[in-house]
Design a protein around this ligand. Sequence first.
Ligand code: SF4
Length: 156
Amino acid sequence: MPARRRQVAKRELAGLRKVYHGRDVEVSFDLDICVHIGECLRGHHGVFQLKRRPWVLPDEADAGTVAEIIERCPSGALQYRRLDGGAPEEHQGTQVTPIRNGPLLVTGEIEVRREDGTIETLPRATLCRCGFSHISQVRPKIDEPISKSADPRNLT
Ligand code: SF4
C-alpha cells in the first residue's frame, strides 16, 4: 500500500475521517480541517446536504462530478477515492495561491502533522482560518462559533 494511502487509512481507523461509501466513488470527510466555505454544498445538493443523515450521499451524482466538486474543497476536508477506475486526484508539484480576503490555498502533496502526532498527506490545504466567511451555513458568524459537537455533520 502506498505511504499516502497507509496514512489516510490510519486516520480512518482512528475515527478522525468519516467515510461515505458509494458504488463508484468513496468520499471521506474530516470536520477538524473544514473551513466552512461551502463549495461542497453549492456544488451538488443531492450529494451534499446538511439537513440529511448521512450528509454525503456519493451515489447521487456520477463519480466524475463528485470528484470535480471535491477537488474544489480548499481545505482537503473532503477527499475521494474512485472505485470505477477513474483517475485519482493529481497535482503538478506544490502550488500556493492566495485567495482574495481568504487563506492561502495550497495544492500538491501536503504532509500535515497534527497535534496528536498523526500525519496525513492531503491533496489540498488552507493555511489560515480567519472564520470570516459568511457563505457558510455551518458557521455563519465569527461571534457565534459552533463547536465540533454542535456541527450537524458530526452526527454522520
Ligand atoms: S472546506 Fe468548504 S468545501 Fe470543504 S468540506 Fe468544508 S465547507 Fe465543504
